[in-house]
Design a protein around this ligand. Structure first.
Ligand SMILES: Cc1cc2nc3c(=O)[nH]c(=O)nc-3n(C[C@H](O)[C@H](O)[C@H](O)COP(=O)(O)O)c2cc1C
Length: 251
């Protein structure tokens, strides 16, 4: 069995969750990065001997559309798939069932689902610092449980609704301060190529998905989400985020 993590992780928490699950299942794994805007995934194919951890963050209770489009290009060929939805302590809503449909359409055989909590990448004081040590320990336990149950034939019952909830993203402007030296670190890793490589200090194009990667990678902290938009989101989702939610495993 070869183990793969197939991840879309703009600010790194989804990767951390996927790596932790993977480390509990095998000594080595190979990563496939769906945030790479410079490659095509149409020749990425697996076999029924492979086990793949498909991990995405939750955006508006859904799978980010960029990740969905790239997942559709993969050829699962009946590889076993563990689905992981990583969310910022508000809700994961229909993300796991949407991920299940995408995985099955791409030819994977779904064996388990995990909903995992991580720091909210827009309102960072929500679930700040998560996954924490307790989260990582629970993920290691889940990885072992999933590994022990790989030969079950039943597909997991995942929570969520079809049709999926409608997500109309409100773009969050990214402010660029005068600290920007146009080094291009942000433009190089933008998952959708929304930042000008010639002048990264210009406003991002309409392709921007507000994933916060450019804010997270800027070495000079010259980029930040528009404070008024963040304040609006904080006010809107704050009440739903107050209680600590825990990771969940679906087998
Ligand atoms: C555009 C956007 C929409 C989000 N929507 C949700 C949501 O519906 N529910 C939630 O709990 N967290 C939501 N979050 C928080 C992310 O799911 C969470 O921070 C995740 O850990 C980010 O993963 P990453 O570090 O791999 O980028 C959203 C974040 C962004 C950027």
């Amino acid at each position: 069995m070869s183990l793969y993590t197939i991840i879309f992780s703009p600010t790194g928490t989804t990767k951390k969750v996927a790596d932790t699950l993977a480390s509990a299942m095998a000594e080595h794994h190979t990563e496939i990065d769906l945030s790479d805007n410079n490659r095509s995934f149409s020749r990425t194919a697996f076999t029924d001997e492979d086990l793949c951890i498909l991990a995405v963050p939750v955006y508006g209770g859904r799978v980010p559309s960029t990740a969905a489009g790239r997942l559709k290009e993969l050829s699962g060929n009946q590889a076993k798939a563990v689905l992981v939805a990583v969310y910022g302590n508000r809700a994961f809503e229909d993300a796991l069932v949407e991920l299940q449909d995408l995985a099955e359409e791409a030819g994977f055989s779904v064996v388990a689902g995990v909903a995992a909590v991580a720091e909210h990448s827009i309102v960072r004081e929500i679930a700040h610092g998560r996954p924490d040590e307790a989260d990582l320990q629970s993920l290691r336990g889940m990885g072992k449980t999933i590994k022990a149950s790989l030969n079950r034939s039943a597909a997991p019952e995942l929570p969520g609704n079809r049709p999926y909830r409608v997500y109309n993203p409100v773009p969050i402007g990214i402010e660029v301060s005068e600290n920007c030296v146009r080094c291009g670190s942000c433009a190089a890793v933008c998952p959708v190529g929304a930042i000008s490589k010639e002048d990264p200090s210009l406003p991002a194009s309409s392709a921007c998905i507000s994933c916060m990667r450019c804010v997270a990678v800027c070495p000079l902290h010259a980029r930040q989400a528009e404070p008024a938009k963040v304040a609006f989101i904080r006010q809107k989702i704050g009440p739903a985020c107050q209680s600590r939610k825990e990771n969940q495993l679906f087998l």
